[in-house]
Design a protein around this ligand. Structure first.
Ligand code: BG6
Ligand code: MG
Length: 211
């Protein structure tokens, strides 16, 4: 493989927590009587919690105060963490686990680059706490994707320049962030056909076909 390091998005790439984000936002939107569907949910991929909330509230005709918004974000996060709490090592797919081990055995540096503040909790639930050489997440950034900050910090932690790292993403905002940071990007899931991506993955293990 031409890269020395790989920076993985977490939600929707390493595990299916993107579905839990959807369920938690859907529950909040239902409580507030706001229209919310999977199409709107796709716009939340890679975007921070508060920015996601703003997108959810676009369909509301009410004006909410900052205090109300903070409370809505907390309600959503509590629902989300309830779902995360039910996760276990069984939620790390055999495909992802096997692929990560092959990449590790090839000597590649492996990192997480996620906008989520719940990253440490999720990695612990699925048995990957301590696995990655670097974890850059929502707790150490000031700008979320499509800003490249989270990936630039991950590359810095690995001690590699962006040109030597590949970013793996399922979000259009994430692909945009990778490109803005000077990274090649392998896109999958919702972002699979994003024309800005260098590689288009049908499934996670297709990373192993990249030379
Ligand atoms: C990203 C998700 O990984 O994390 C977004 O794709 C989410 O949908 C963002 O809003 C922030 O997550 P959290 O866990 O900090 O609310
Ligand atoms: Mg994602």
């Amino acid at each position: 493989m031409r890269y020395k390091g790989i920076i993985f998005d977490l939600d929707g790439v390493i595990c299916s927590t993107d579905e839990y984000h959807y369920l938690a936002w859907k529950a909040l939107a239902d409580q507030l009587g706001i229209e919310f569907d999977r199409q709107i949910n796709n716009r939340l991929r890679g975007v921070s919690r508060m920015e996601s909330l703003e997108i959810v509230l676009e369909k509301s005709n009410k004006v909410y105060s900052d205090a109300e918004k903070a409370q809505f974000a907390e309600v959503k996060n509590a629902l989300y963490r309830e779902l995360l709490g039910q996760m276990s090592t069984a939620d790390l797919s055999e495909e992802v686990e096997a692929t990560l081990n092959v990449l590790r055995n090839k000597g590649l540096a492996l990192a997480i680059g996620s906008s989520s503040k719940n990253t440490p909790f999720i990695l612990e639930r699925i048995g990957l706490a301590g696995f990655f050489d670097a974890v850059s997440d929502g707790n150490n950034i000031t700008h979320s994707k499509p800003d490249p900050e989270v990936f630039l910090k991950a590359a810095q932690m690995l001690g590699l320049p962006p040109a030597e790292c590949l970013v793996v993403e399922d979000a259009h905002a994430g692909v945009q962030a990778a490109v803005a940071g000077g990274f090649d990007c392998a896109a999958m899931g919702d972002a699979k056909d994003d024309p800005r991506a260098t590689w288009h993955l049908g499934t996670f293990s297709d990373i192993l076909m990249i030379r």
